[in-house]
Design a protein around this ligand. Structure first.
Ligand code: ADQ
Length: 800
């Protein structure tokens, strides 16, 4: 019998199919493929279309649940969280997964479908790079470049110091008095040009900088008295106000202003406008703070202690609103963990769709991107102790399912706009009535999309004595995507001409080009790579994708931190996607019965034979060169010769999607290839499978192996990057280890590892159970990673 899966569009069309129903339709056969030609598939459209059958996306309206995350907040954060009344917080159970991107964008910005080379494969120049560097509209930042000419220049001594243990603590009295925004004549290009638009035409009056307003019980970490005046800024600290006023008073008058001094409105009460009520003080019985009543440690104060900071994470995607891969997961979870430590935390993300939790703040600004003046609006939601600020602009609208789509110029324009806007958000967006301000502030930028933020921070402000107490950290999730463009397009960034040197990179294949990631790494105060293994690889010619020299030069400020996992979202005990269609929640205690039930439900849902004794192997990931799908393809003849079942979920390159469909057609009794982006199915495979394969050619951190281990599913991984860091190989004699690893991205190596794994599954059940237990007992929560991030933020704070 033949069957195939539908395109994402087909899934959407059929999403209303009843959840418990078997969602398969039979299809006509596609033409056979030659086993060794997986990467060169040219399947005629008509045949392909004929082969498509449809499968409604199970649990399309599945939900995520994070509202309990705040229950572990310390007292200070709780007070901030109580201010969450300002947000129209929505029951997480109704968040639909429709908000996730289609997944096509996982290629990183309309990037080329060009597969990256394995770390252990010879690097060959490709024509692709020439296209990239010459500015054609093919791709963004797929950096499969060979070694560039050494770029030995460190930027303005930016990188010279990383505050170590001996770095002096920043004390107020040590800080030189700096001019305020009003005092400085700046010739940088102006950024925003509009003022706050107040609803109902309430007049805006310009208030004196040190205007006193009643304190809010929102946590107050807006603290540098030396920072430029802020719109709506109120300080809760009497002395800080006074000092700030002193600075402003003593400073000389400005001649020109850039950026324009934010308008401070006096008569309009923002809190009134948004219906903000002062949170009730937390009483001893802990009930006043609503959802935090179960907090066990409410008197402990912020875990971050005196290091509490204002933190703004800026990302092109953020789960659950928009996600194409792991970046979305991290942007959705890390901020909450930082907030639980007591920091005041904001996430800034584009508003690609109509997100019902967020409401319009009524603020309008204009920013220039690629020569065009663009209006920007701000939407806000306060959830789990975090301010989510969504940037609304025509460029972002209706991109929900294609967030990295369009030509290279288009996506670069979007990211230029996004970074310019994001860097000023702490001034313009009064979260809970109070802007963050630029004192004691650190931005966390992510990947090439926001690598311009550290550059704008420096070029527009720090270079001019502004935002002196603001720092930036850049996180490298995947350096294979870099934001490359021809040097001729550099002026679109609106940066001073002399900044071009920070962007210029010579690439033997692509020639000279401008590279956003390169500039971001140089300009950021600190840099994080998402695992230590990946950090090591980044310094190699094979793993640095042309930026290895820059990484090496900046080594002292780069740290490897493995991601955590959101243990509300990815936890078999509470996973909402396991609460219907025959699946069940389970824990270590109920592992055997729970996993058996989930496996049966998965087999049933996918139309596989329901058998408890057959090992079920899963694969979940973007279908591109990184994830090593072709290695599975090469191993397919061996895999299907075993008594196993294989389920693959992914979306991405057309040829690889066709390949998945073909596998299912060819080995219909054993293989399912689900083409599409389905969060519920990702959860169900993670729970129902016995084994998860990740033959990634490179993997900066990898989240799926962490999810797998948390669900008692045993990972078999190529030992690279974060996979090597997190999956210790099983040692049958020492009764230790968490899975199987192989050391080269080759089918034969995968087969060997998988062979040992299956042998253990069939013949050594006790060992198998031990691996599962060890995996499930690991602490992968974000709490640990958030502490390590905090160390980096503090390093940045004290870095001069
Ligand atoms: N078809 C599909 N349907 C539903 N869900 C799907 C899916 N395909 C992938 N996903 C989900 O997307 C996430 C992917 O996580 P990865 O760690 O593999 O991220 P990715 O390679 O995109 O990101 C980069 O950033 C992350 C975060 O730092 C690093 O872990 C990683 O190594 C690096 O390449 C997981 O939550 C997974 O379940």
């Amino acid at each position: 019998m033949l069957s195939a899966v539908a395109s994402p569009a087909s899934f959407l069309a059929l999403a209303s199919a009843s959840p418990g129903r078997r969602r398969r339709a039979r299809a006509t056969a596609p033409p056979p493929l030659h086993a060794n030609r997986w990467l060169a598939l040219h399947w005629p459209t008509s045949a392909r279309d004929g082969a498509m059958a449809v499968r409604a996306e199970a649990g399309k309206n599945g939900a995520r649940s994070d509202d309990a995350a705040g229950s572990a907040m310390p007292a200070r954060a709780r007070r901030g969280a109580a201010a969450g009344k300002v947000a129209k917080r929505r029951d997480p159970a109704v968040l639909t997964v429709d908000r996730y991107g289609s997944g096509d964008a996982a290629e990183g910005g309309g990037e080329s479908p060009h597969a990256p080379r394995p770390l252990d494969a010879p690097r060959l120049p490709t024509a692709q790079n020439a296209v990239l560097a010459n500015g054609e509209n093919k791709s963004v930042g797929r950096g499969d470049a060979a070694t560039p000419a050494p770029n030995g220049v460190l930027v303005n001594g930016e990188n010279k110091s990383v505050a170590g243990p001996t770095a002096p603590a920043l004390r107020r009295e040590d800080v030189p008095r700096l001019p305020s925004l009003n005092d400085v004549s700046v010739d940088a290009p102006p950024m925003s040009t509009a003022k706050v638009v107040i609803p109902d035409s309430v007049p805006i009056l310009r208030a004196p900088a040190a205007t006193k307003t009643p304190p809010s019980s929102r946590p107050s970490f807006v603290s540098s008295p030396f920072a430029p005046p802020r719109p709506n800024t109120v300080s809760h600290v009497e002395s800080a106000e006074k000092m700030g006023a002193d600075v402003i008073e003593k400073a000389s008058k400005p001649k020109t202003l850039s950026p324009p001094a934010p308008t401070v409105q006096e008569t309009w009460d923002f809190k009134k406008y948004i219906g903000f009520e002062e949170p009730v003080e937390v009483k001893d019985d802990g009930r006043a703070a609503g959802s935090f009543e179960h907090h066990k440690n409410h008197d402990s104060g912020p875990l971050a202690g005196e290091n509490v900071m204002n933190v703004i994470l800026v990302s092109a995607e953020c789960s659950p609103w928009c996600k194409t891969g792991g970046l979305g997961d991290v942007a959705g979870a890390l901020p909450k963990a930082l907030a639980r430590r007591g920091h005041r935390v904001m996430v800034v993300v584009p508003r690609y769709g109509d997100y019902e939790e967020a409401y319009d703040l009524g603020i309008r600004k204009y920013y220039k991107a690629a020569g065009q003046d663009l209006e920007v609006n701000y939407f806000h939601a306060y959830i789990d102790g975090v301010d989510f600020v969504f940037i609304d602009a025509p460029l972002f609208r209706h991109r929900q399912h294609d967030i990295y789509g369009g030509s290279r110029q288009e996506i670069m324009k979007r990211m230029i706009l996004f970074c310019k806007v994001a860097v000023e958000v702490p001034w313009h967006v009064p979260c809970g009535g109070i802007p963050y301000g630029d004192g004691n502030l650190v931005f966390i930028a992510n990947d090439w999309h926001t690598a311009l933020l550290p550059v704008y921070l420096k070029a527009y402000y720090r270079d001019h004595g502004l935002m002196q107490y603001t720092r930036s950290v850049l996180v490298i999730h995947n350096i294979a995507h870099q934001g490359r463009g021809p040097v001729a397009e550099f002026p679109y960034t609106d940066l001073p001409e002399h900044y071009l040197e920070h962007f210029k990179l010579y690439d033997p294949v692509g020639g000279e080009h401008a590279n956003y990631f390169a500039a971001g790494v140089k300009m950021a105060d600190q840099v994080v790579a998402v695992s230590r293994g990946y950090l090591w690889e980044l310094k190699t010619v094979e793993g640095g994708w042309g930026l290895h020299d820059i990484i090496r030069q900046n080594d002292p400020k780069i740290h490897g931190i493995v991601n955590g996992i959101d243990d509300r979202e990815w936890n078999p005990e509470v996973d909402v996607h396991l609460q219907s269609d025959g699946y069940t929640n389970y824990s270590l205690r109920t592992l055997d019965a729970g996993k058996r039930q989930c496996k049966e439900a998965l087999q049933r849902e996918l139309g596989l034979e329901v058998r408890g004794d057959v090992p079920l192997i899963g694969f979940i990931g973007r279908l591109d060169g990184q994830k090593g799908v072709e290695i599975i393809a090469d191993a397919m003849p061996w895999i299907v010769s075993q008594d196993v079942q294989l389920v693959m979920l992914g979306t991405g390159r057309d040829d690889l999607e066709r390949m998945l469909r073909h596998f299912e057609w060819q080995h219909n009794d054993k293989v399912r290839g689900w083409v599409g982006f389905s969060v519920p199915m990702a959860h169900r495979i993670t729970a129902g499978a016995d084994v998860l394969v990740m033959p990634s050619r490179f993997e900066p951190c990898g989240l799926n192996q962490l999810y797998a281990m948390a669900y008692g599913t045993i990972p078999v991984v190529h030992a690279v990057g974060g996979l090597r860091d997190t999956v210790s190989p099983f040692d049958p004699f020492g009764d230790s280890g968490l899975g199987w690893t192989f050391d080269r991205a080759e089918a034969q190596k995968l087969i060997e590892a998988l062979g040992h794994c299956l042998d253990t599954y069939w013949n050594y059940r006790e060992s198998w159970r031990g691996i599962q237990e060890r995996g499930m007992s690991q602490d992968f929560s974000w709490e640990h990673a958030a502490k390590l991030y905090e160390d980096v933020l503090v390093k940045a704070k004290y870095q001069w």
